[in-house]
Design a protein around this ligand. Structure first.
Ligand SMILES: NC(=O)c1ccc[n+]([C@@H]2O[C@H](COP(=O)([O-])OP(=O)(O)OC[C@H]3O[C@@H](n4cnc5c(N)ncnc54)[C@H](OP(=O)(O)O)[C@@H]3O)[C@@H](O)[C@H]2O)c1
Length: 324
């Protein structure tokens, strides 16, 4: 089967289309014939070496979020999944491939109205945005700032905050055109990347972090909460706490959030809610799997609004249980 692997960490040219054996699902896993594969910020961070500390090796197949048809099940997995169209989370990789294995506990059936492309656009991003907002106890009527709103997670956070009755939703983005598109999704105020000229937020959901993070503490209301869910701008400065303590008398809270801390059953339930929730799947572009390198060039160039999706153009049926 065709897959895309990182042969050399760094630029998109380090990605290569390779031929690999079809993986066998282990106990508790399923094999999925992929139709759509999400391309996200985390893939870019793995590819360019930013997450080298996690020990990724050359030959690593990227891709955590896939949708397709269950083609085989491993030991202990209900064979009723065979032939079902599902969304799945592979974990740290393996998704940029015509066939991929994923833990059965991550599977979410696709409702008829949700296409595989929509599913990989809404699924993981919507789940992370949902739990990120919950982590900082976002409540109806509160004002929210989404920092890095033009990406997968940000677009979902804007829509979920609007649906959750936010009093105001500000966004940071790099262009007025993107700002207009975010307004169509529920944003009420558009700011530049530095968030300049705005303050008074109860909640900040930050997908960027980086050196500018501490300046955002000053934009919080008393009892305000800032949660970092992504690090697209790199790690924050080591003296991060200085600014937080400068606001000590305003009772500010700072948190990080990773979906890794949420039990898989809760994640799957939240993903199913997102699929059923009438939210807009904002797809930047759909490209064939073989063009993963081109997709990554677009990510690196910062030209992506919403989700980039790879497709295999294949819809396979079930091929029986593993080992059968
Ligand atoms: N917490 C979790 O459980 C979890 C799960 C999955 C992924 N993640 C993390 O989430 C991040 C990816 O999120 P995503 O897929 O939504 O991102 P994305 O789609 O790649 O991009 C988000 C937006 O952020 C802005 N941005 C990018 N780099 C920036 C920078 N250096 N400074 C300021 N703004 C910048 C860009 O918009 P503008 O150009 O318009 O500003 C971009 O469109 C990664 O860090 C990943 O590790 C976290």
């Amino acid at each position: 089967m065709k897959a895309v692997a990182v042969q050399e960490f760094g630029g998109p040219e380090g990605l290569a289309v390779v031929d690999l054996p079809v993986p066998d699902p282990a106990g508790g896993q399923v094999l999925i014939s992929t139709e759509a594969i999400g391309v996200g910020g985390v893939d870019m961070l793995i590819r360019n070496g930013s997450l080298a500390a996690y020990g990724f090796q050359p030959g690593h197949v990227l891709g955590g979020e896939i949708a397709g048809t269950v083609a085989a099940v491993g030991d202990g997995v209900d064979p009723a999944w065979l032939g079902q169209r599902v969304w799945a989370f592979t974990g740290i990789g393996g998704g940029y491939a015509e066939q991929a294995v994923a833990p059965a506990e991550t599977l979410v059936p696709l409702p008829p109205a949700v296409t595989p492309v929509d599913a990989v656009t809404l699924g993981s991003s919507g789940m992370v945005a949902h739990f990120g907002l919950r982590h900082v106890h976002f409540a109806p009527g509160e004002s929210v700032l989404v920092r890095g709103a033009a990406g997968g997670i940000g677009i979902m956070a804007v829509q979920l905050a609007a649906r959750g009755g936010a009093g105001a939703i500000a966004v940071t983005t790099s262009s007025p055109e993107r700002g207009e598109r975010l307004r169509e999704l529920g944003a009420t105020q558009v700011l530049g990347r530095d968030g300049g000229g705005a303050e008074g937020f109860d909640v900040i959901l930050d997908i960027v972090a980086g050196p500018e993070l501490p300046s955002f503490f000053g934009k919080l209301n008393p009892n305000g909460r800032l949660v970092v869910v992504g690090v697209l701008g790199g790690e924050p400065p080591a003296d991060l706490g200085k600014e937080l303590f400068a606001g000590f008398r305003r009772s500010l809270s700072f948190a990080t959030f990773s979906a890794d801390t949420v039990p898989m059953a809760e994640r799957s339930a939240a993903t199913a809610d997102v699929f059923a929730g009438g939210l807009r799947a904002v797809v930047h572009e759909v490209l064939p799997l073989e063009q993963a390198e081109a997709a990554h060039r677009k990510l690196d160039a910062g030209e992506v609004f919403g989700r980039l999706v790879l497709t295999t153009g294949k819809v396979s049926g079930a091929r029986g249980t593993a080992g059968a």
